[in-house]
Ligand binder design. Structure first.
Ligand code: BGC
Ligand code: CA
Length: 300
């Protein structure tokens, strides 16, 4: 099908590491974080207003919470965020034996369970103390189960349409993996590769699954989002963006046909910065001819 793809910069967030976009259907707003800038942002396309709260430590992700407000991965803690009063309360800590670790990407499944991963100390962008990270599942009663360990940079995650497959990225593996997922228990197993990044595609970072079950993967360092069919491992499409450090994406807008894409500027040198003045901002891609699915709220 022919479609004309249009990319525009919609939020001049100037984030060091913009990340974790989530469309909030109830308010028709885009939530995203600046991991290293230690902020949670919320942007309204209708008014073009951006609000933010500071998190006082790195924030890997922020997602809506069923009982109101958000939960965020701040440092090594899952914290409840009271947006109106700008208050944060720690709910649970992970990686207590690894004080230099921090939360990175996280997402909520349709039943309200949170999956989120950690990573070791980052000397500079994408250079980490290796094999320090883990992937955790957090239930509504705040019990935490570790499903994967020895990860380098725990990153993008999402589920298949039938929820029986969990797609997962450890960035430095240069792969997109799939695992069997039991939506009732949250049990994960049988990890295998569905896509190997090709030369010139950079590091796989955040990702989202569209309404047809295909993956949209942010390519860090290579200024693009790639669309992959996980059943065949074939790349179907490449969308170019005006910044190299593309970090994550999600569908949103009134009918979920807009792809929102976050980016980073941390790690760019002077000349790269002047060549990519939009790095660190949020982009909107229209005309892809495909829709996304609503996000879910954490039940704990
Ligand atoms: C991660 C960061 C990491 C960067 C490079 C970001 O999306 O969340 O922690 O430094 O990508 O891999
Ligand atoms: Ca990421």
């Amino acid at each position: 099908m022919m479609s004309s793809v249009k990319v525009e910069c919609v939020v001049k967030a100037n984030a060091l590491v913009g990340e974790g976009p989530v469309w909030e259907e109830s308010d028709q707003m885009l939530l995203f974080v600046d991991i290293i800038g230690q902020k949670i942002h919320r942007w309204s396309p209708a008014t073009d207003q951006v609000q933010f709260v500071g998190t006082a430590d790195t924030v890997g992700f922020a997602v809506p919470r069923r009982s109101g407000g958000y939960v965020a991965g701040v440092g090594r803690s899952i914290v409840a965020v009271d947006w109106l009063n700008q208050k944060m309360t720690s709910l649970v800590d992970v990686d207590k034996d690894k004080p230099n670790n921090r939360f990175n990407d996280g997402k909520v499944d349709p039943s309200g369970r949170l999956l989120a991963g950690t990573m070791g100390k980052e000397v500079r962008p994408a250079q980490v103390e290796k094999k320090q990270g883990s992937l955790y599942s957090v239930n509504s009663d705040l019990t935490v189960t570790k499903y994967l360990s020895q990860l380098d940079i725990s990153n993008g995650l999402d589920w298949s349409l039938d929820q029986r497959t969990f797609f997962y990225i450890d960035s430095l593996s240069l792969r997109v993996d799939a695992l069997d997922y039991d939506p009732n228990t949250g049990h994960l197993g049988n990890r295998r590769a569905v896509y190997h990044m090709e030369d010139g595609e950079g590091l796989p970072d955040g990702m989202t699954v569209d309404a047809e079950g295909r993956l949209w993967v942010a390519c860090y360092n290579r200024g693009r989002v790639i669309n992959i069919d996980p059943t065949t491992g074939v790349r179907l499409q490449t969308v170019s963006l005006p910044a190299t450090k593309i970090t994550s994406c999600c569908f949103g807008g009134p009918d979920y046909s807009d792809l929102y894409v976050t980016s980073a500027c941390l790690g760019l040198d002077q000349s790269e910065r002047s060549q990519q003045p939009l790095a660190g901002n949020v982009f909107r891609v229209r005309g892809l001819g495909v829709k996304g699915r609503p996000s879910h709220s954490f039940s704990g």
